[in-house]
Design a protein around this ligand. Structure first.
Ligand SMILES: [Zn+2]
Length: 268
């Protein structure tokens, strides 16, 4: 792949990195990433992936920008209040890197559209804010055989995961999916949402930036994949913990006798 003079300048700090180089940058420029949600996590993910020159970024979100979003959803500006989040993201990304092909999906991800949508991308970055979507995206990525880099946030704390349940680790052991860790969604109301419990704006930046880093590692195939571990960040204690997690042979999705064989158990 030949870079233009402009591209060599724009991506110079990436090209300088031994693990990225021209080849890795070219890979990023040919990659297609779907970002679920243009909110607190999606904002830094979209911004850093666009700045990194990811060729195609799909953004799915059916919401409009609200004033209460701006404390953390940094892809949106005050002028964008009242406009669709995907359109607002498009405007910001155009200003940061006009080379990125930003594809907007101004609707919800559902059991009806998830497989087709996800199948046209190389990787999914989930920044959604509810368990129904989180489980749907996990299941759809498993069936579509796409890697999933996912983050979750609440108050001052965050978690980061990479799921590649269709692959094995270096020892040949199967890698877990989200349902290996959490077989089903907690009952409604048991875990508060950010809208109910609050979230520190800068925490979204911490977790979203980590998520963007893992996306780039997976796309280029460098470093140690986070798949097979979860990263837990406690903001008030300033502590990171990386915990090994294994695939569950009884997982209802990716286990040896699965009970979930399609997306029909999800609401459409
Ligand atoms: Zn599983």
């Amino acid at each position: 792949m030949d870079f233009t003079e402009n591209q060599i300048q724009r991506y110079a700090r990436h090209i300088l990195l031994n693990d990225v180089g021209g080849e890795g940058q070219a890979r990023l420029m040919q990659s297609k990433v779907l970002v679920i949600g243009a909110g607190g996590l999606g904002s830094p993910v979209i911004l850093y992936l666009a700045a990194a020159g990811i060729g195609t970024i799909g953004v799915i979100d059916d919401d409009v920008v609200d004033l209460s979003n701006l404390q953390r959803q940094i892809v949106h500006t005050t002028d964008a209040v009242g406009t669709a989040k995907v359109e607002s993201a498009r405007q910001t990304i155009k200003a940061i890197n006009p080379e990125v092909n930003l594809v907007t999906h101004p609707h919800r991800i559902t059991a009806d559209n998830a497989l087709e949508l996800i199948s046209s991308y190389d990787l999914v970055a989930d920044g959604c804010d509810n368990f129904a979507t989180r489980f749907l995206v996990n299941d759809a990525c498993y069936f579509a055989k796409k890697p999933l880099v996912s983050a979750a946030i609440l108050r001052f704390d965050g978690q980061l995961y990479t799921f590649r349940p269709n692959d094995t680790d270096a020892k040949g052991d199967p890698l877990p999916c989200y349902r290996c860790l959490f077989p089903k969604a907690p009952p409604p109301g048991q875990v508060p949402t950010c809208a109910e419990a609050g979230v520190l704006g800068a925490l979204c930046g911490t977790m979203g930036s980590l998520q963007a880093t893992e996306v780039i590692k997976e796309l280029i195939g460098i470093g140690d994949s986070l798949a097979g571990s979860i990263l837990i960040y406690e903001g008030l204690a300033t502590e990171f913990q990386k915990i090994r997690v294994k695939a569950d042979p009884n997982c209802p999705l990716c286990g040896s006798t699965p009970t979930i064989t399609d997306l029909s158990s999800h609401d459409t």
